[in-house]
Design a protein around this ligand. Sequence first.
Ligand code: AMP
Length: 392
Amino acid sequence: MKKTVKDMDIRGKRVLERVDFNVPLDEKGRITDDTRIRAALPTIQYILKAPAKLILMSHLGRPKGEAIPAMSLAPCAKRLSELLRRPVKMMKDCVSSDVEKEVASMKDGDVILLENLRFHKEETKNNPEFAKKLASLGEVFINDAFGTCHRAHASTEGVTKFLPSAMGLLVEKEVEYFDKILTSPEKPFVLILGGAKVSDKIAVIENMLPKIDSLLIGGAMAYTFLKSRLKGVGSSKLEEDNVEVAAELFSKARESNVSIFLPEDHVIAKTITPDARTKVAKEHIPDGWIGLDIGPRTIKKFKEALKDAKTILWNGPLGYFEFKPFRRGTTEIAKFIARLDAVKVIGGGDTAAAINELKLGPKMSHISTGGGASLEYLEGKGLPGITALEDK
Ligand code: AMP
């Protein structure tokens, strides 16, 4: 077990905290979804109550080492200040003499937010000098940015070499859910995988097969598996290189006594457009057509496979849910799961967005704040940003 903020002596100290304020912004720089800022509040409030001085740091977007004004964290400072009902001072940079001066004059209960870490290329390179400079701002380091824990960056892994380090309450909650699922899930345990990339999920399937009872595969990744079973997939998205791997996963599943459920029918169209004309294809998808959602018979099968589950883990939408004609599979399965009495964990990213759009968040046990991070956790490798923290 890793230490949490509650195991640390933070009273009166300068606490350097990595948060995930990588929020979506519209063209005018307004935050369109503040979920990530809200998710960071419990740890922030805990630290301020100690009381202590809080120095927050985050990345936003992919500025690739350049100071791009449209990727400033300033809108996040403003939003956080509204949520906390106290001033949050926005800094112009994350490492500079101005930042050092400001930090030196902080009092307990003060909050500052450093400017976007990725304005410096040293951040993603995990440069030790840069990490040391960041670390010199605090006396204790707290990591509450689950969504970036799978990256060994200066602000996640690098700083832990210089400061006593622990996880925040959000990371603690994520770790608790995923550890439970990895070590002692209630059975039957059904894993649902969708989305586009098979390559991202091969290691997850391999690690999870001995733990699960059934695997439901939808989304574009299903076509690589269907191809390996010699089904016609038309012009659907495919990872040719992984057809062989998919075939091997079928035999591994058989060895682990896991039933794999693949789509038996498909919502197909000739174009991926919001007003595409669709039809349902049974079994084979004709040439020139693209499989873009699971069909009605598959929805029924998937529900049947889910109804007695005691643990459900879902990562990846079951169709091209961004466009209405291909949303039904994801929507129906989400609504069905919402009603079940089971531990229901939603991997982050697109699946979390779909669940939130349907306002089903409160019906789930846990919605992860990290898509990539949760997938890597499920590979069973541990995440560098968490492994680097102190043990209890
Ligand atoms: P991933 O990042 O691998 O989880 O993929 C997520 C993306 O997969 C989303 O943007 C979905 O719209 C997309 N997706 C899901 N099903 C399909 C499909 N049948 N064809 C093309 N894209 C899909």
